[in-house]
Write a protein that binds this ligand. Structure first.
Ligand code: IMP
Length: 433
């Protein structure tokens, strides 16, 4: 029986999951996306060459790895084909290696129009979405009116269903939001045109993953966004519209929950967030600007500057609990090099009381309680040996481990595959667990 590992963002996304998935993909036969859509932006740097992926799993650059998009993903046919073309121009045979669940909800042009119209209508209370149509696509799914990949097999039935759903959404767009509508004939033409390239990738992902695991193949499940953006457990309503936590790897791929061997949570050595919503440890002054510059904290999907702040051990501990993290991977440690002091938030002060767990609705009012530690002046960039790290950096990591109550399995010290400290190999570890 093969081993399975789930890689989850433990913060508000952008933790550097793409690099870690790509690195671990050397040891697996399959990489699976199971939620979200092309709102994700996973950056891979190999031998100095950058590749940004939005929908295609981050294992695509490895020769022997098959990539899967599970039923939990909302799939924009246009975004998928653009990405495949980008990869094929680089000489990567993406189309041949990619299998897409027939159950994937199609993300269509009207979802993008609705996303923009809703954000505009919200005004100052806007969520700060990526504008990719993610929320409206998931709404159609739970309202049981979505068009799915399998619907493309019957073109006439697809045309009828599209008419029905566009009539509804265009009515809202025109009469409620007073915004542009989606043209039926144009949408139908476009999607049926793209179907010729997409449909050959349609597959029984659940069955294929079952076979791979049964025959001894290792599988990696690649989360998108992060735990604090989970629609149930995140900073609602400033969240994405999917479950971003471990349970979603099961429902979004059709692999049974008991079949996961190891869950790796990825977290930066500090914290970032894009879009609106509470962020207790946010630094709005020069310290925040310094982290943004040093960490190049600009969105991979939208280019927006990310909000930056100190490491939040309260939120991260909840992430350990919610995801059942077996281990943590700390990324971008090198960004903290050269600071005189570093801070970790170990409590939230709300109404005179200090809490060590986040409580729904309180994050926006709380005052972070910090533990301050001495920084380190040596350069950690590119280091591959934990014991060679500056003593203060090791102490900082140890404190994070203690506060979060999970072991640190890996530390990333730069964007390249090689710039990594592996203290525990999650795939070897999962065999002995
Ligand atoms: P949506 O997923 O586009 O609906 O956006 C909802 C919230 O999730 C916004 O705050 C976005 O900035 C955030 N978000 C969505 N995808 C990502 C991501 O891949 N990284 C970080 N934040 C994201």
């Amino acid at each position: 029986m093969g081993n399975t590992i789930v890689v989850i963002g433990a913060q508000w996304g952008d933790e550097g999951k793409g690099k870690i998935v790509d690195l671990l993909a050397e040891q697996v036969q399959a990489v699976v996306r199971f939620q979200g859509g092309h709102n994700a932006g996973h950056t891979l740097v190999i031998d100095g060459e950058e590749t940004i992926l939005h929908l295609v799993p981050s294992g695509i650059l490895h020769k022997g790895v098959r990539c899967f998009i599970g039923n939990g993903v909302v799939l924009s046919p246009r975004a998928l084909l653009d990405e495949i073309n980008m990869l094929e121009r680089k000489g990567i045979p993406a189309q041949d290696k990619l299998h897409v669940s027939e159950g994937c909800v199609l993300l269509l042009p009207h979802h993008i129009l609705l996303d923009h119209a809703r954000e505009q209508a919200r005004g100052a209370a806007a969520i700060g979405t990526t504008g990719r149509g993610i929320g409206p696509a998931y709404e159609d799914k739970v309202a049981r009116r979505a068009l799915r990949l399998c619907d493309l097999a019957d073109r006439d039935a697809f045309a009828d269903k599209l008419k029905e759903t566009l009539d509804l959404h265009n009515f809202m767009l025109k009469n409620y939001y007073r915004s542009d509508t989606a043209d039926y004939a144009q949408t139908l033409d476009e999607i049926l045109g793209l179907a010729e390239q997409i449909s050959p990738m349609a597959a029984d992902v659940t069955g294929m993953l079952y076979e791979i695991r049964q025959s001894g193949g290792n599988i990696l499940f690649e989360g998108a966004q992060g735990t604090l953006l989970d629609v149930d457990h995140g900073t609602y309503p400033f969240v994405t519209s999917s479950n971003t936590t471990t349970g979603s790897a099961a429902t979004g791929s059709g692999v049974a929950p008991g079949n996961f061997d190891y869950v790796l949570g990825i977290t930066k050595a500090y914290t970032t967030r894009v879009g609106s919503g509470p962020f207790p440890t946010e630094l709005t002054g020069t310290d925040g600007a310094l982290l943004r510059e040093k960490g190049q904290e600009f969105g991979a999907t939208t280019g927006r500057p990310r909000r930056c702040g100190w490491f939040d051990a309260v939120a991260s501990k909840r992430s350990v609990q919610l995801n059942g993290l077996s281990g943590i991977c700390i990324t971008k440690l090198d960004v903290l090099d050269g600071l005189d002091r570093v801070k970790i938030c170990s409590g939230y002060r709300v109404n005179g009381k200090t809490r060590t767990v986040p409580v729904a609705g309180e994050m926006e009012h709380c005052e972070p309680v910090y533990e301050e530690m001495p920084g380190w002046q040596d350069v950690t960039r590119g280091m591959t040996d934990f014991s060679a790290l500056p003593a203060n950096a090791r102490a900082y990591l140890k404190r994070i481990e203690d506060l979060c109550e999970a072991p640190i399995a890996m530390v990333s010290t730069g964007p390249d595959r090689s710039e990594t400290i592996m203290m525990e190999n999650p795939l070897v570890q999962s065999i002995t667990n």
